[in-house]
Design a protein around this ligand. Sequence first.
Ligand SMILES: Cc1cc2nc3c(=O)[nH]c(=O)nc-3n(C[C@H](O)[C@H](O)[C@H](O)COP(=O)(O)O)c2cc1C
Length: 119
Amino acid sequence: MKFVYASRMGHVEGIVKRVGIEDALKIQDGTEKIDGDYVIFTYTDGKGIIPKIVEDFLDANPGVKAVVGSGSMERHADTFNFAAEKIAEKYDVPILAKLDMDGTEYDIKEIKTKLSSLK
Ligand SMILES: Cc1cc2nc3c(=O)[nH]c(=O)nc-3n(C[C@H](O)[C@H](O)[C@H](O)COP(=O)(O)O)c2cc1C
């Protein structure tokens, strides 16, 4: 399994690092390419939207198998982690976790457990 992430302010990047993934591909502008299956890690943008660069990447790279989201419960409770929700619906993949900002150690453990059971 490969790992891809987008991070504007560093929370998602920190999550990926704490999960222990060292070779993840960072989406910079959405034109990146990856072969095979991958898990996407993303923040939520706007009023609950998938970041444009992430949607461009997902549309160009068909191997997405699961999503991990990060959002802000304090500032965006009504659209909390909607990017993960929308990706799950549009691409028919499971949500492994929805973290508040950079999440908790419990979240990180949960992600590790769920990743290890993904084929
Ligand atoms: C302009 C803007 C809009 C946002 N909209 C949402 C939102 O609708 N829902 C949500 O859960 N989080 C929202 N967030 C919060 C980010 O998704 C959250 O802080 C995330 O941890 C950022 O990840 P990053 O530090 O890797 O960029 C928004 C943040 C910004 C700056």
